[in-house]
Design a protein around this ligand. Structure first.
Ligand code: FAD
Length: 505
């Protein structure tokens, strides 16, 4: 994955079959699907891959127990099927995770026990393991930090877990391998129409500031919470399709929540579920659901959201956490499909939504990371129809994502050239200096933030340490990229300013 090589594909006067706008889960899945059907595919992302919501999830590959509570069997069944495909197609990027629901009455034990048995049954042949009813003693063995007062027992069930931005980057790499052109820091700025149909996309290369006009048969808008802007770029009078809702996560040390099991709190004060999930030797707590008006690439947590999570976790655990125990706070925006009537954002369906504008712009939004493959398949089916492309079947259900062996060989090559890169960037973390070089060479990382946020997840795991190590990481980058000290200083300053927002004051 090399940006300069990808840019070469734009040098000719190609007419693309499909241009995908947006390099999050949905867009990258769409580019992979389209390239597997042999459509001439270009994906453009205005920032880094997964800079938006797709690096800010709760890291669950799941059917959504909450949607079962809401009675949305169709959505749960579909997501469980997608969970199964993803775990099979990307085993090195996903894992099976046990979840425990602590229960405090016999009635809860029966209710959640039956519900989670149904949840497993709905996954059919793609089941990850039987739901089990646990005694109080067994529950405490799984969740040693749980408050045993009034505890009756627990329900153990299985779901999936993943690293969201790593999956995004491997989707990009796989799409390129299958023939797609995929470019980050490349923004869609306008549409050109012929007889009122979109025939080209105006773009700006953010790094070189060069403008492009790229011809295409069809455009897929996969820009998540930024959907409305693209829709208005097509038709300024169009109504908003998406209304964003914010969710925050707090990341704590595993000592506060020891063990390998995750916990699901089935009913928070606002009627949602809350998770504590082990991730990269830390624990992610989340999330919230707060409708917001202003969208941003770096959304900020609200005080009440922080207090909400701390209050709920402390209600369930014996080792109480305070603000100073939080290693990082990160925030994501859900691209929820705008409702005609006012209902709570927690009740808005997580089903995806596809629309085609009179000019032929296909917009795909909503959904979840887990269902990105199905969303992509629907988008490409429609794109093929609108773009009058040869009808080809979707092939992603059984396509492997990433190539572990190739990755390993590349790491060996990097270490052969410089064995000192095997050194860890910090003794508390497994990340090595070789990973920085790998990200620059093979994963299209451009700036310090790309490395510390989405290639190495240090910003999300330990924001203060990420700031501390930024000069060292920038210096390794500078020596590989042959940049000077001014570049290093500017990168460190830019990253530090951003990372400060991930620290709770
Ligand atoms: C708090 C939270 C927790 C979640 N947890 C889970 C979970 O555990 N499991 C799960 O399955 N799902 C989860 N989700 C849902 C999931 O993360 C999202 O559904 C998914 O990431 C959305 O991906 P997307 O590609 O549609 O949007 P995004 O990831 O936001 O991607 C859109 C991209 O479009 C780009 N873009 C915007 N404008 C332009 C332009 N003009 N030109 C080029 N590019 C542009 C942006 O830079 C962005 O990268 C969660 C969501 C939230 C908010």
């Amino acid at each position: 994955m090399n940006r300069s090589e990808q840019l070469l594909a734009l040098a000719t006067d190609t007419i693309w079959d499909i241009i995908v706008i947006g390099g999050g889960a949905t867009g990258l899945g769409t580019a992979l699907d389209a390239s597997l059907r042999d459509y001439k595919t270009l994906l453009i992302e205005s920032h880094d891959f997964a800079k938006g919501t797709s690096s800010r999830s709760t890291k669950l590959v799941h059917g959504g127990v909450r949607y079962l509570q809401q009675g949305n069997i169709k959505l749960v069944r579909e997501a469980l099927r997608e969970r199964g495909y993803l775990l099979k197609n990307a085993p090195h990027l996903t894992s099976v995770q046990t979840f425990i629901v602590p229960v405090f009455s016999w009635w809860e034990k029966i209710f959640f026990g039956i519900g989670l048995k149904v949840y497993d049954l709905l996954s059919g042949k793609l089941s990850l393991g039987d739901t089990q009813i646990l005694s109080k003693k067994e529950t405490l063995a799984h969740l040693p930090s749980i408050n045993s007062n009034k505890l009756v027992g627990g329900i153990l069930y299985f779901d999936g877990q993943f690293d969201d931005s790593h999956l995004a980057i491997e989707l990009a790499a796989t799409a390129i391998k299958k023939g797609a052109t995929v470019i980050n820091y490349f923004k869609a700025t306008g549409f050109i129409k012929t007889n009122e149909k979109i025939t080209a996309v105006e773009c700006l290369d953010i790094l070189s500031e060069k403008k492009y006009i790229l011809k295409t048969k069809v455009v897929v808008n996969a820009t998540g919470v930024f959907t409305n802007a693209i829709v208005k770029m097509d038709n300024q009078f169009e109504h908003d399709l998406v209304s964003p809702s914010q969710g925050i996560h707090l990341v704590i040390d595993a000592k506060f929540f020891p063990g390998r099991d995750a916990m699901m709190i089935p009913k928070t004060d606002d009627g949602r579920v809350l998770f504590a999930v082990p991730w990269h030797d830390k624990v992610v707590l989340g999330t919230t659901d707060t409708p917001i008006v202003e969208i941003s690439f770096e959304p900020k947590p609200l005080e009440e959201e922080i207090e909400f999570i701390i209050k709920h976790i402390n209600r369930y655990c014996t080792t109480l956490i305070t603000r100073s125990d939080i290693n990082a706070v990160y925030v994501g925006l859900r691209p929820l499909v705008k409702q005609k009537t006012h209902i709570s954002s927690a009740l808005i369906s997580r089903e995806h939504h596809l629309s085609v504008s009179p000019s032929g712009l296909i917009t795909i939004t909503g959904g979840k990371w887990t269902t990105y493959r199905k969303m992509a398949a629907d988008a490409v089916d429609n794109a093929a129809f609108i773009g009058k492309l040869n009808k080809e079947k979707c092939k992603t259900a059984y396509t492997q994502i990433g190539d572990e062996l190739e990755k390993e060989n590349r790491f060996q090559e990097i270490l052969k050239e410089d064995a000192s890169l095997a050194e860890k960037i910090h003794s508390n973390y497994s990340f090595t200096k070789a990973q920085i070089v790998y990200a620059l060479k093979y994963e299209m990382a451009i700036c310090l933030e790309d490395i510390l946020s989405r290639r190495i997840r240090l910003l999300f795991l330990d924001a203060k340490l990420a700031i501390k190590l930024a000069p060292m990481v920038a210096s390794i980058m500078a020596s590989y990229l042959q940049k000077d000290k001014n570049w290093e200083a500017a990168e460190v300053a830019k990253f530090t300013q951003l990372a400060e927002q991930y620290i709770l004051k």
